[in-house]
Design a binder for this molecule. Structure first.
Ligand SMILES: NC(=O)C1=CN([C@@H]2O[C@H](COP(=O)(O)OP(=O)(O)OC[C@H]3O[C@@H](n4cnc5c(N)ncnc54)[C@H](OP(=O)(O)O)[C@@H]3O)[C@@H](O)[C@H]2O)C=CC1
Ligand SMILES: N[C@@H](CC=O)C(=O)O
Length: 431
């Protein structure tokens, strides 16, 4: 114990995550004191609205709208930032570090946009900046990448890293629920971001992919380096088409090390139901890591929600608090390699393409020729429908994304093709 003196904690934000952090700080104060080696005292909780209904009872006198004043207090040892977004979160974190506090944050949007500014400020201040909760909720994934795998060479990280979109796609697949209905449920459960566009359009997953790629490949990858497609264009017909192929649609984040360059992308993909990621349901997340010496590792657990995310925040808080008591700080960020980012067009992938056929006569040969003209070979083709109403479902072999997308444009221009009704990338071997 440091002469029985408590470590003083300020929490910025008391929404889905912040309220659970405040709850756990209160409920587990005895255990936390024992684990840290000193009592942990909550000294302030900054919010926007003092009169809003809260999921937790904040101790009398601790709520404030003066977040800047709270982080400037000389007696605050540790700041937990769970406001989200870029500003004022960035200024508050920088101010906390300058004032000598250590920081724990769950803010992937900020880290993926401007992580280096925060890391440099932490380094300069000689303080910790921890952010395990920023990727995949409760799942410990950043610490294994940063510490446990630091002596290995990670070559690929593949996963489902957004709980909201997984929840929506799972509902669409399992109960035929509509997109809007499933999104509303995810919002009620506290999974979605303040602006759910960040989830639905893949920005949240792209931010997490940038953080994962940075740590996995010891490289600086920002959200802008990530190729991104969300799930707003995924239709009930796509989900049904996947189902007919024995597959399921998931929003995937894929980070790859190719020679000395990195390729990072987020997009929906069809994966076979036998693939381990296909059984990741509701708001759960899963991340596969492939490394040279260890081989394949899989991390799985709740990827969103106040309580699971608060678990990761509290884990960081204990580590940071212990470091403070030991008068030290954890390892900073790796010395970054300057790696090129490969454009999406050069990425090898496979496409599933569903085509409404206007004229059945000779269409199979014409479609096969269109694929061949772009250097793409066909893995499977299925013809459905009778009479003039016919549909072709083609799954390609691997080719570059540029070759595949120009094949689709070619198909769209063919007289025999009424409409290309579904285009989706395919991951994993189809049964
Ligand atoms: N929800 C989740 O499942 C997960 C969230 N995260 C991340 O955690 C962070 C918080 O998310 P979440 O709890 O869902 O967000 P919420 O929108 O539920 O809560 C945000 C909180 O911040 C407060 N706030 C907003 N602006 C200000 C401001 N200018 N000054 C002081 N307080 C402010 C709000 O106050 P008021 O209540 O008065 O409006 C609210 O209490 C984000 O970075 C998010 O990306 C990470 C993993 C999972
Ligand atoms: N909105 C995010 C919350 C956790 O990071 C998600 O749905 O995954």
């Amino acid at each position: 114990m440091r002469d029985g003196k408590p470590l003083k904690v300020a929490v910025l934000g008391c929404g889905s995550v912040g309220s659970q952090v405040v709850r756990l700080l209160g409920e587990q104060s005895g255990d936390l004191a024992a684990r840290v080696g000193a009592p942990v005292e909550l000294v302030g909780v900054a919010v926007r609205r003092l009169d809003a209904a809260r999921e937790v009872e904040v101790p009398e006198g601790l709520l404030t709208t003066d977040a800047a004043g709270l982080v400037a207090r000389a007696d605050v040892d540790l700041v937990v930032e769970v406001i989200g977004g870029i500003e004022p979160a960035r200024s508050l974190i920088l101010s906390a570090l300058e004032n000598g506090a250590s920081v724990v944050t769950a803010n992937k949007a900020l880290l993926a946009e401007d992580g280096p500014t925060l890391f440099e400020a932490a380094e300069k201040a000689g303080r910790d900046l921890y952010y395990e909760a920023a990727v995949a909720g409760a799942i410990p994934i950043l610490r294994p990448l940063r510490e446990s795998l630091a002596g290995d060479k990670v070559t690929r990280v593949l996963g489902i890293v957004n709980g909201t979109t997984n929840f929506i796609l799972d509902k669409m697949d399992s109960s035929g629920a509509g997109f809007t209905e499933a999104l509303e449920e995810a919002q009620e459960l506290g999974y979605a971001e303040a602006d759910p566009t960040a989830d639905v359009e893949g920005f949240d997953a792209a931010a997490k992919a940038a953080i994962l790629a940075s740590l996995a490949f010891h490289s600086r990858v920002t959200a802008n380096d990530v190729y991104r497609e969300g799930i707003s264009e995924v239709t009930a017909a796509d989900v049904q088409s996947a189902r007919e192929m024995g597959s399921v649609v998931k929003l995937l984040a894929i980070c790859e090390l190719k020679d000395d360059a990195v390729a990072v992308r987020v997009h929906p993909a069809m994966i076979p139901r036998s693939h381990p990621l296909a059984s990741v349901r509701e708001a759960y997340n899963a991340v596969f890591v492939e490394s040279q010496a260890a081989g394949q590792l899989m991390f799985y657990g709740p990827g969103a929600g106040g309580s699971p995310t608060a678990s990761a925040v509290l884990g960081d808080l204990v580590t940071v608090a212990r470091n403070r008591l030991a008068n030290t700080r954890g390892a900073g960020e790796s010395a970054y390699a300057d790696r090129a980012v490969l454009p999406m067009g050069e990425t090898l992938t496979r496409y599933h393409v569903a085509i409404d056929v206007a004229d059945k006569a000779g269409v199979l040969a014409a479609v096969a020729l269109a694929f061949a003209e772009h250097g793409v070979s066909i893995q499977t083709v299925r013809q459905e429908g009778r009479g003039d109403e016919a549909q072709l479902v083609v799954v390609s072999h691997e080719a570059t994304d540029a070759q595949l997308s120009s094949t689709v444009e070619h198909l769209r221009g063919m007289d025999m093709v009424r409409e290309v009704t579904s285009v989706m990338r395919v991951e994993g071997d189809q049964e």
